[in-house]
Design a protein around this ligand. Structure first.
Ligand SMILES: NC(=O)C1=CN([C@@H]2O[C@H](COP(=O)(O)OP(=O)(O)OC[C@H]3O[C@@H](n4cnc5c(N)ncnc54)[C@H](O)[C@@H]3O)[C@@H](O)[C@H]2O)C=CC1
Ligand SMILES: O=C([O-])CC(=O)C(=O)O
Length: 328
């Protein structure tokens, strides 16, 4: 017997990430090849954006995806989020050359206050929320604080692109396949201060730290390459990353919904005080996922270098949070 369709809301549906994301959700890559979905798409109430959204929906229809049980176009979050089981909050202004993601805070913070309130009012009480729009951690924090009737743990931010970028760099460095890399994580903020940590990582069961054995490469090449990859893509493309961002969103939601089979993945999630991160801060942590829940990997040793990096990214996040206090 076929499964009951689930509702998936996507904001910014006519944007670049939306265009790389919706077709993969509708084809079953996010929630499974046996899970029908109803897409509830949100765009701003602007003629050009709504028309673009109509065009995207025509293309979705033309794919004749067997799992696509319905598509709705909305300009009001109260309608787009009605009874939604999953919400991918992508819609926000992207940065251009020379900007940091934190520069988007003022432009984007209000979107996430309004959308948090709308989720609080109308979404499924079990809704799983992924914030992609930048600055992603702080926007997830804003949405979570604006939705007091929903469990805080259901609000997450996308650090998976950083995780995937780190894995790819390490595969190249060690000459191994990216799919063989395990136990990697990225701590902190989705910003250049993020701390991609391969101290526990393995490839084909061998320690990556031992294989690399080069702390200068770690500090001076690896971390800046991963941390500034978004800016490098903007410099090269003139637009921020879209296909890789959509891919990471699929990875994040798929693993959360269907489980990571014991593997570590990175999610930005509200801390419960783990590793000394103050409760409520939405921070990149190593997690495992099963049964629709994530669990922070605990008990990892934090050496002096790692603590220093974690403190830097935490301080940045706390500064961002202070900057949006007046909205909450
Ligand atoms: N967390 C991460 O790893 C990454 C985050 N991003 C962020 O994702 C966001 C979207 O990026 P793109 O798709 O490239 O931008 P885009 O400009 O191509 O598309 C954004 C879309 O969102 C819509 N939008 C704006 N405000 C909205 C609102 N209140 N409700 C619904 N829709 C709204 C716009 O009309 C536009 O169609 C940006 O903030 C970008 O910085 C991008 C890459 C990676
Ligand atoms: O860099 C940006 O502005 C877009 C983004 O978040 C990324 O590619 O990591």
């Amino acid at each position: 017997m076929s499964k009951t369709p689930v509702r998936v809301a996507v904001t910014g549906a006519a944007g670049q990430i939306g265009y790389a994301l919706l077709f993969r959700i509708a084809s079953g890559e996010m929630l499974g090849k046996d899970q029908p979905v109803i897409l509830q798409l949100l765009e701003i109430p602007d003629e050009k954006a709504q028309n673009a959204l109509k065009g995207v929906i025509m293309e979705l229809e033309d794919c004749a995806f067997p799992l696509l049980a319905g598509v709705e176009a909305h300009s009001d979050p109260l309608q787009a989020f009605k009874d939604t089981d999953y919400a991918l909050l992508v819609g926000a202004r992207p940065r251009g050359p020379g900007m940091e993601r934190a520069d988007l805070l003022a432009a984007n913070a209000q979107i996430f206050t309004a959308q948090g309130k709308a989720l609080n009012a109308v979404a499924s009480r079990n809704v799983k929320v992924l914030v992609v729009g930048n600055p992603a951690n702080t926007n997830a924090y804003i949405a979570m604080k604006s939705a007091p009737d929903l469990p805080a743990k259901n609000f997450t931010a996308m650090l998976r692109l950083d995780h995937n970028r780190a894995a790819s760099q390490l595969a190249a460095k060690t000459g191994t396949a990216v799919g063989d890399i395990k136990k990697l994580t990225v701590w902190g903020n989705h910003s250049p201060t993020m701390y991609a940590d391969y101290r526990f990582a393995t490839t084909n069961g061998k320690s990556i730290k031992d294989l690399v054995n080069d702390q200068v490469w770690n500090a001076d090449t690896f971390l800046p390459t991963v941390g500034k990859r978004g800016a490098a893509i903007i410099a090269a493309r003139g637009l921020s990353s879209a296909a890789s961002a959509a891919n990471a969103a699929i990875d994040h939601m798929r693993d959360w919904a269907l489980g990571s089979n014991g593997e570590w993945v990175t999610m930005g999630v509200p801390s419960n005080g783990e590793y000394g991160i103050p409760a409520g801060v939405v921070f990149g942590f190593p997690v495992t996922t099963a049964g629709g829940e994530y669990k922070i990997v605990e008990g990892l040793e934090i050496d002096a270098f790692s603590q220093e990096r974690i403190n830097i990214t935490l301080a940045e996040l706390q500064g961002e949070q202070d900057g949006v206090k007046h909205l909450l």
